[in-house]
Design a protein around this ligand. Structure first.
Ligand code: HPA
Length: 270
């Protein structure tokens, strides 16, 4: 993906919208209802945007929405691109580059994730305090200095300021939040029991198949990030439970109402 291609996509989006967004929100599996809350909106299907990949997974809508949430102009991705779908890491993270050229400096990423912290329940919302990457790095390859530096720091990819603000917001709204480290695996297979146990023993709280590449690119591009995982299943070796995509979608829907309330109120503060 070249700078020219990113510019072409950003220019197309600019030509369709009334004002430039201040923040972006990426909605994970089953979390697209937040996109429907955006007002005064322009909906741009991914397939209409030059150079944009198209999403293929059930539960992922495939629309870019620009409009207002609590009087702030936001860009919202209803559906994202996953490495397991066969996209390259450059394709997976292409939308982040487009956001960067739209001059968006604040990003909220959401996902559905498996809980490995035994204190978690399905439907919990977890603040991602940090991540561990088990995917290829999306920055591998020639570095375009116009987009960021060769060796970017990853020391605070999840903004401490945003974490404080979202905790404050949750308290005001009486929403309970968990927090912890997220591991990004490639998927598409769920983890084996030995893998879930390994992650739990390492003190990891949640595992998923997205987010990490996007956040690395966002950090490279100088964006401030808030990461939120909705816990869709919790690993327990004593229960004969197998995670499934359907279960993920059903349990994530339990959290949609509070997630919408939380993100709407958070957006007001940033
Ligand atoms: N593992 C990986 N990704 C996931 C899971 C899981 O258990 N649940 C939702 N996304």
């Amino acid at each position: 993906m070249t700078y020219g291609q990113i510019t072409e996509s950003a220019d197309y989006i600019k030509s369709k919208i009334k004002s430039l967004p201040e923040a972006a929100i990426i909605l994970g599996s089953g979390l697209s209802p937040l996109g429907d809350r955006i007002e005064d909106k322009t909906v741009i299907p991914y397939k209409e945007i030059p150079n944009f990949p198209v999403s293929t997974v059930k539960g992922h809508a495939g629309n870019l929405i620009v409009g207002t949430l609590q009087n702030k102009t936001v860009l919202c991705m209803q559906g994202r691109f996953h490495y397991y779908e066969g996209y390259t890491m450059q394709e997976v993270t292409f939308p982040i580059r487009v956001m960067q050229l739209l001059n968006i400096k604040k990003l909220i990423v959401t996902n559905a994730a498996g809980g490995v912290n035994p204190e978690f329940s399905a439907g919990d919302i977890m603040i991602i305090t940090d991540h561990i990457s088990r995917m290829p790095n999306p920055l591998i390859g020639p570095n375009d200095e116009k987009l960021g530096e060769r060796f970017p720091s990853m020391s605070e990819v999840y903004s401490k300021k945003f974490i404080e603000l979202v905790k404050q917001t949750a308290e005001e709204k009486n929403i309970t939040l968990k927090e912890g480290v997220y591991v990004g695996n490639t998927g598409p297979s769920f983890e084996t029991s030995a893998e879930y146990i390994m992650f739990r023993n390492l003190g990891i709280s949640a595992v998923g198949m997205s987010t990490v590449p996007e956040v690395i690119v966002a950090a490279h591009g100088g964006m401030r990030v808030l990461g939120l995982s909705v816990i869709s299943n919790v690993f327990n070796e004593n229960l004969q439970q197998e995670p499934s995509h359907l279960e993920v979608l059903q349990n994530v829907s339990l959290a949609n109402k509070k997630l919408i309330e939380l993100i709407s109120a958070f957006i007001e503060k940033i």
